[in-house]
Design a protein around this ligand. Structure first.
Ligand code: RRO
Length: 312
């Protein structure tokens, strides 16, 4: 079974990888993802120019009955230079995605300038969708600002760049964001980040389950799968074919991976379930996916990509 993908000149021997934020904050965690025989790549925790401790704990919670997770980590990360040293020194045949999430446009431009001027030869993911920094709205819900940032970025940035998007919930918004993204030579779009500002309540205590922002946080896992699939599908239908899609959200089984592929995803990321299950999740998901493809008569994943059927 051929389970591979490409983004520009980058080849992925497996289609699964971690979602940014999970198992990617330290060099040990990044090494763990890279060392798996079932990952095609690794993405770093979104970096800010300087180290950040993030929000107060508790800031991550697994919702009972396998519904998913809620987090308000607040961008804890070891700082841009830490991840730059890691990617500069790492010897690996797998592509690395370097994720950046500045708290201002200038932060993003500064980090992208440094990446452009560096020897880094992987892919860069610009996170425009962090829902958890108090007082900072998710950039990609502001269409004008998103276009302005990308316009400035592409005056100097020539390495492969993608954006991490928040979920959209209206057909008009799918049209609007796709129209903007299609104006730029993006290598990929990653959809979705967590569904921002959900609220989960503990049944025994009638209390919110995370401390930051009075309990509001980004929701991931099974609860968000339908939204993730809709965003992958809607963007695949609207984006230029040169822009590849990384599908993220709601993946806990091989069937979920398969559905992302049916909607048009090239690569698929695992967030909540990786946090819950650990590194072994990739082997299980790839095997479950291969079994489904075999059962359906496919020998190459590419033949299933985008093959979602509608009712006429
Ligand atoms: O660190 C976080 O709180 C966080 C980030 Br930057 C993000 O992009 N998505 C998320 O769910 N949490």
């Amino acid at each position: 079974m051929q389970l591979t993908a490409n983004i520009q000149n980058y080849h992925f021997d497996h289609i699964l990888l971690n979602a940014a934020g999970v198992m990617c904050q330290t060099t040990t965690e990044l090494d763990t993802v890279l060392a798996s025989d079932y990952t095609g790549a690794v993405v770093t925790k979104s970096a800010t120019p300087a180290l950040r401790a993030g929000n107060p704990e508790p800031r991550y919670y697994e919702i009972p009955n396998h519904l998913g997770t809620i987090n308000s980590m607040g961008l804890p990360n070891a700082g841009f230079d830490y991840y730059m040293s890691y990617v500069s020194e790492k010897q690996t045949t797998k592509p690395i995605f370097f994720s950046v999430a500045g708290l201002s446009k200038q932060d993003n431009l500064d980090m992208l300038h440094q990446l452009q001027d560096s020897k880094f030869n992987g892919l860069v993911e610009l996170n425009l969708s962090c829902p958890n920094v108090p007082g900072k709205p998710q950039t990609a819900y502001d269409f004008e600002t998103t276009e302005q940032i990308l316009s400035e970025v592409f005056t100097f940035f020539t390495k492969p760049l993608g954006v991490k998007l928040p979920p959209y919930f209206d057909i008009a918004h799918f049209d609007m964001i796709a129209n903007i993204l299609n104006k730029f030579p993006l290598a990929f779009v990653n959809t979705i980040n967590s569904i921002g500002n959900g609220l989960v309540i503990d049944e025994d205590t009638d209390t919110v389950v995370i401390k930051p922002k009075s309990g509001f946080g980004g929701v991931g896992g099974p609860l968000v799968k339908a939204t993730a699939l809709a965003n992958v599908r809607a963007l695949r239908q609207r984006l230029n074919s040169s822009i590849k899609i990384i599908g993220t959200g709601g993946v806990t089984t091989g069937r979920d991976v398969y559905e992302h592929i049916l909607c048009g995803a090239d690569l698929v990321e695992v967030g909540s379930q990786l946090a819950i299950e650990g590194i072994g999740v990739f082997e299980r998901l790839e095997k479950e996916l291969a079994d489904i493809l075999t059962e359906k008569g496919y020998t190459i994943l590419d033949d299933a990509r985008g093959q979602l059927k509608t009712i006429s």
